[in-house]
Design a protein. Structure first.
Length: 65
């Protein structure tokens, strides 16, 4: 199991390297691992995709009333 901090570090690196294409590139890596039969590796990249999505979200959460 990969520590959560490493998932977030990888997501930050993907955003730094690929910018707006980071989610697409992360998905491509997950797809490659699925095709190779590496379900654990694909699961890690899906976690990275979730982190990329959260980090790329520039809209602040709305206030709860």
């Amino acid at each position: 199991m990969i520590p959560e901090i490493d998932i977030w570090r990888a997501a930050q690196l993907m955003l730094k390297r690929y910018g707006d294409e980071a989610l697409k590139e992360s998905a491509a890596r997950a797809d490659e691992l699925v095709a190779a039969g590496d379900d654990n590796g694909a699961a890690v990249w899906r976690r990275i995709m979730d982190a990329v999505t959260q980090l790329a979200n520039k809209i602040p959460p709305s206030m709860v009333h």
